[in-house]
Design a protein around this ligand. Structure first.
Ligand code: ATP
Ligand code: MG
Length: 500
């Protein structure tokens, strides 16, 4: 028999002493696809309920022995979720209403048509389906909430146990979260900072400024990094990013804080070691260099030989080593912050003239024209370490000579700006490709191509220039056109007492 309804999972119990109603109903229900149990008495029905999972009970009110109302009471105690539909004659309509009050789900009056029964049963089974669905949804929601809770506490545990400090602020720069590592690194007392503006918790002005700028969406290049020291002699490195919302709007800042003290100590030890070794090597190398020069001079007077060639190669190599040692010592001075110890008033035009004169021999050796252009008005004094200035311009002019072919021109030009003196060192040389420009200020970076292949160097010149200028409060820019030439522009600050 083909079921009329797909709810064949549900079981229905029909309890009625009237055989025709019991059997007739059972037939209709079976045709609808339900599993049907039958009982002619209340006690018999309860017995079935004890052993079978039943969802709906069709219950006659008037039966010999235990009447319908009593059976209803038992069913309610046994399982209140079972839906009871009362079968009643007109005479017992009032009782049916009473039964509804007691918790029966619905009623159907005798005699009834098959369609009437179907309608009542469909309504009940729909109600069961909806109840089940609601329960399922509630369970799912419960599970989701539990998952979310676990996920939240898992993330919290991870953030709390991170060895790096983590700070999160809102768009006003107020603290939203600080993990224990952050509080420990910054020496902040626990749990006192949430909701406070960042300056109320942290003294370092630069750090607070960085956090406020990022929080307010004012940071331009990302991530923003900031290095600083704390009272406890810790070196810390903070790097921050904005927290962005769905629309890309800034919601605040997240800052990662790392203790770099050990790295700084190692770096200092390395610098000290390099400085010491360079210092020890410099005098014996200079002696070897001078002695080679003497021997060579003697030889020239006698006649040139193969030995002369070998010795002049050895002399060149020692010269290379001496300038490398000079570079390493310069770097150590920059790293130790010893650049501006010896600052004196310097007249830049005169100072550059002496460097240009000194480099003239090298330039003319390559048939290059080296010139100095100064403005007509008098140039104010600047306060700087002359050794540092010599290294800056010596390196830039040496590069211009080295990386310009024979017969080229090099110009050193001074101009006055409101707060700075600008010096351009321009050449008509090989130029530098855009892809290399960002790297030439990195240590040991050298552009390798057909033109520069035979030019010796260590790649320390420009990093030294940059480091020295940083220390002097100046800056450097570079513009270059491959095969046409390069201009390095140096800005040196005029002191406030020395306006142009
Ligand atoms: P050294 O340490 O002896 O100065 P170096 O000259 O190679 O060695 P840097 O002065 O740091 O090192 O220069 C780095 C690189 O930049 C050079 O190798 C060169 O390729 C390029 N460069 C520097 N100045 C110029 C220039 N004026 N024209 C073209 N290329 C240049
Ligand atoms: Mg160089």
């Amino acid at each position: 028999m083909k079921p009329e309804n797909t709810s064949n999972r549900l079981s229905i119990l029909v309890v009625d002493d009237e055989e025709s109603i019991r059997e007739g109903s059972a037939r209709i229900l079976m045709r609808m696809g339900y599993q049907v149990y039958k009982a002619s008495r209340g006690s018999e029905g309860l017995e079935i309920l004890d052993h079978h999972p039943v969802s709906i009970v069709l219950l006659d009110l008037k039966m010999p022995g235990m009447d319908g109302m009593e059976v209803l009471g038992h069913i309610q105690r046994l399982n209140p979720e079972i839906l009871v539909i009362i079968i009643t004659g007109y005479a017992t309509l009032e009782t049916a209403v009473e039964a509804m009050k007691q918790g029966a789900y619905d009623f159907i009056a005798k005699p009834f048509e098959p369609d009437q029964l179907r309608i009542v049963i469909n309504r009940a089974s729909e109600r069961i389906r909806l109840t089940e669905e609601t329960e399922k949804l509630a369970q799912e929601r419960q599970r989701n909430l539990a998952d979310l809770g676990t996920e939240k506490s898992r993330i919290r545990t991870i953030v709390e146990s991170l060895p790096n400090g983590v700070l999160v602020t809102n768009v006003q720069g107020q603290v939203a979260l600080m993990n224990p590592a952050f509080e420990w690194l910054m020496g902040i007392e626990e749990d006192k900072s949430t909701g406070e503006p960042i300056e109320a918790c942290i003294q370092d002005i630069g750090f607070c400024q960085m956090v406020e700028d990022i929080s307010a969406g004012k940071a331009h290049s990302l991530p923003v990094t900031y290095e600083f020291t704390t009272i406890g002699e810790k070196y810390l490195m903070a790097s921050g990013r904005p927290v962005l919302g769905d629309e890309g709007e800034c919601l605040g800042a997240v800052v990662n804080l790392v203790d770099i003290t050990a790295m700084k100590v190692l770096d200092r030890l390395k610098s000290e070691f390099v400085a010491k070794v360079s210092h020890e090597l410099r005098s014996p190398l200079s002696t070897i260099h001078e002695q080679l020069a003497l021997v060579l001079k003697d030889m020239v007077e006698k006649e040139s030989t193969r030995d002369q060639y070998l010795l002049s190669r050895a002399k060149e190599k020692t010269q290379g080593l001496i300038s490398l040692i000079g570079d390493l010592l310069d770097l150590s001075r920059i790293e130790a912050g010893n650049v501006c110890i010896d600052c004196k008033p310097v007249k830049l035009d005169e100072f550059l003239k002496s460097i240009v004169d000194f480099m003239e021999t090298r330039a003319s050796g390559k048939n290059q024209r080296l010139s100095l252009v100064v403005p007509n008005e008098p140039i104010p004094l600047i306060s700087a370490d002359p050794r540092a200035l010599e290294s800056v311009f010596g390196n830039l002019i040496a590069n211009a000579i080295n990386y310009t072919p024979d017969g080229g021109a090099i110009e050193v030009k001074i101009s006055l700006l409101p707060d700075n003196i600008q010096t351009d060192v321009s050449d008509t040389g090989f130029g530098i490709e855009a892809k290399d420009i960002d790297n030439i200020f990195k240590r040991f970076y050298r552009v390798k191509n057909e033109k520069t292949r035979f030019i010796t160097g260590t790649g320390l010149g420009l990093p030294i220039v940059k480091g020295l200028l940083d220390e002097l409060g100046g800056s450097i820019q570079v513009k270059s056109e491959p095969s046409h030439g390069t201009t390095f522009t140096v800005f040196l600050p005029l002191s406030a007492s020395n306006p142009p």
